[in-house]
Design a protein around this ligand. Structure first.
Ligand code: OGA
Ligand code: ZN
Length: 367
């Protein structure tokens, strides 16, 4: 039995189903009344400016499983009580895509990276859902058993959602090529980094399908930016503050583009949780900070760069043909050892799927 109280002076309705009172401001109830939403699209049609902020109600009552509010005038709204309690103010709406991250360090080992077979994720929604959830949780996974075609890995990515096109194309070939416009397209070592930090929004999940890895060298490196950030928060709060509050410029340019953006190395949400790690020394532009911030910033930036080199955070592996590594490019850092192209072929085929598409698929699979 739910009790309802209308506190007209406070413009508040309080419901209590025996598990503590839930408070609903009248303006909120009016804005979220079911009749204000389109019956098919479920988008809000109600215009908030059509009512005064201090609107009042004549009465509030519970009829069975329904809350009825009689507004001043002759309109009333009816709310399903159970649905209303699920979105009570002060509680975040539950979200199947909200998967708490589990941070990892070197002790995860290559063997600890979640693995799934390409066949399973292509043919079975439950396998797809489980794989997406563990990739969200750890920020990294490996798909194995891919066909030896450049499309095989991309088809797995498309099973999640639209591919994110960038200046490197919808998909890209990581091979050593003549006249490279990107260090990835050379045989040199790539220290741990995140991709395209120069973009307005760096791509979310990255897919690197290994078609050949026969050259000497060419091993892959990974670390968890969230773990590095959390350790920095404990060890050097001042450095953590600078890296999360001061933005720095990034830039990529070649003959056909000049793409620039400012980023914080560490992004926090309003609860102070780390939600992004953005680090790429090759793409960092000339730092333009005020002189009094520059030196302390360099201390913080160099400190976190040292942490990215610390074996404590490092997981290494050598991708085999038919494997694809998938990672959250706004969380996990990736890199590679140099390789000798004269000793054999090395060919990765890559693409990105943004976090929004990824999370949408998780929600659809949870329906
Ligand atoms: C890249 C990259 C890693 C590799 O293309 O951005 O980091 O293993 N490649 O070649
Ligand atoms: Zn990269």
């Amino acid at each position: 039995m739910t009790t309802v109280t209308l506190q007209a002076d406070q413009r508040l309705v309080t419901l209590d189903a025996g598990n503590g009172p839930a408070h609903f401001p009248l303006i909120w109830l009016r804005d979220n009344a079911p009749e204000g939403f389109h019956p098919q699209t479920e988008e809000r049609l109600f215009d908030l400016t059509s009512v005064p902020l201090d609107l009042s109600a004549e009465g509030a009552r519970v009829e069975g499983e329904t809350l009825v509010i009689d507004w001043d005038g002759d309109t009333s709204s009816r709310f399903d009580l159970a649905a209303l309690m699920k979105v009570r103010p002060g509680s975040r709406r539950s979200d199947p895509a909200h998967i708490a991250p589990v941070t990892w360090r070197s002790d995860l080992g290559a063997g600890g990276i979640p693995r799934v077979s390409a066949n399973a994720v292509m043919s079975d929604d439950a396998a797809l859902q489980g794989w997406l959830a563990s990739t969200r949780c750890y920020g990294i996974s490996i798909v194995e058993g891919l066909a030896d075609t450049t499309e095989a890995g991309m088809d797995v990515a498309r099973r999640i959602g639209f591919l994110r096109e960038t200046n490197f194309g919808v998909t890209f070939e990581v091979i050593s090529k003549p006249n490279p416009n990107n260090l990835a397209y050379t045989p040199v070592a790539l220290p741990l980094h995140t991709d395209l930090t120069n973009q307005e929004v760096p791509p979310g999940f990255q897919f690197l399908h290994c078609l050949a890895n026969e050259a000497t060298g060419g091993g892959s490196l990974f670390s968890d930016g969230y773990a590095i950030a959390e350790d920095l928060r404990q060890q050097d709060p001042e450095a953590f503050k600078l890296l999360s509050e001061v933005s720095i410029p990034f830039r990529f340019h070649d003959d056909s583009c000049d793409i620039r953006g400012r980023k914080h190395v560490i992004t926090l949400n309003e609860d102070g949780e780390v939600t992004e790690f953005c680090f790429n020394a090759h793409l960092a532009d000339v730092l333009d900070l005020d002189p009094e911030v520059m030196v302390p910033y360099y201390a913080a930036y160099r400190r976190i760069m040292e942490m990215t080199r610390d074996p404590k955070y490092l997981v290494t592996l050598k991708l085999k043909a038919g494997e694809m590594v998938v990672f959250d490019n706004r969380r996990a850092l990736h890199g590679r050892q140099s390789f000798d192209p004269s000793t054999g072929r090395r060919h990765l085929h890559g693409c990105y799927v943004d976090r929004g598409e990824f999370d949408s698929r998780l929600r659809l699979l949870a329906r």
